[in-house]
Design a protein around this ligand. Sequence first.
Ligand code: FAQ
Length: 314
Amino acid sequence: MKDINIEDQFQAKIDAEIKIEPKDWMPDEYRKTLIRQISQHAHSEIVGMLPEGNWITRAPTLRRKAALLAKIQDEAGHGLYLYSAAETLGVARIDMLNDLHSGKAKYSSIFNYPTLTWADMGTIGWLVDGAAIMNQIPLCRCSYGPYSRAMIRVCKEESFHQRQGYEILLTMMKGTDAQKRMVQDALNRWWWPAISMFGPNDAESPHSKQSMAWKIKRFSNDDLRQKFIDVTAEQAKILGVTIPDPELKWNEERGHYDFGQINWDEFWEVVKGNGPCNRERLEARRQAWEEGAWVREAATVYAEKKARKNQEAA
Ligand code: FAQ
């Protein structure tokens, strides 16, 4: 039998849909790609708490406030699963957080936009969680075991988030003219940033080809964006709102919606740190980290005390 090298064996496992686990051999680049993607994803979850956190004290009813609080807590949980999944690849959590706080690490562009009205809470649920689900359901089948398993739970929670957002908007669209205008205004502001979340066009996406060969990504950025637009355009009709894209039109031949040009200059400016809220978001994360120092210190002292007691008992 012909000898196959370790890299071919690795790819053969992936092709056979066998999950790669932390102690398995993997190419350095596979490990690096996963650390990059999972840590960026984790950062997005915890930075993503901030735009919504802005509305906890101003939610219109107790029921809305309880649902919003639960949603934001879920995002914190997602961050924790994801940091843990990244740690299985040999990276330390503190290093990932240092990279976030120094501005070196990326997180999703979408969270650098401000949340101006209550309708933004509905629109984030509908569009941002909706886009996140479209992107993340395929990640449940990612070739790396710990990431794929974390994503299964994350996706279950994201679908609750999407529904709570859509339901906020459905309720507002049954309300006064001012409420309806508020929903349309939120959609006008969030639509283009939401469809940019899927990342650059395939031709401009340096990581896609290899990530798809390794089955980290199952669909390209453009394919996921198209799927999202096709689904969302129909949901907009039910809501009775107008997507702010004059070129959005069903194309019978393609069996998909055609849509207009994304402003990629704006996207890259936001990714580079120059969006409307980048500085504010990073400052809030740094402050939360500093204010949490006493909790980390107390937990460390407690763990040491417990370990000492266990040792004495032994
Ligand atoms: N923002 O070659 P590609 C959520 C970067 S979670 C900023 O296409 P890749 C839940 C990319 O990192 C939302 N940067 O890269 C929630 C790369 O830079 P690098 C986050 C972006 O990795 C809801 C460069 O551009 N979801 O919303 C963005 O193959 C509500 C070239 O791009 C995930 O992270 C962007 N939008 O594909 C929470 C899902 N797009 O690293 C709170 C997992 C691209 O070379 C409230 N991640 N870049 O310096 C992924 O699926 C992928 O990483 C992509 C990018 C699709 C984001």
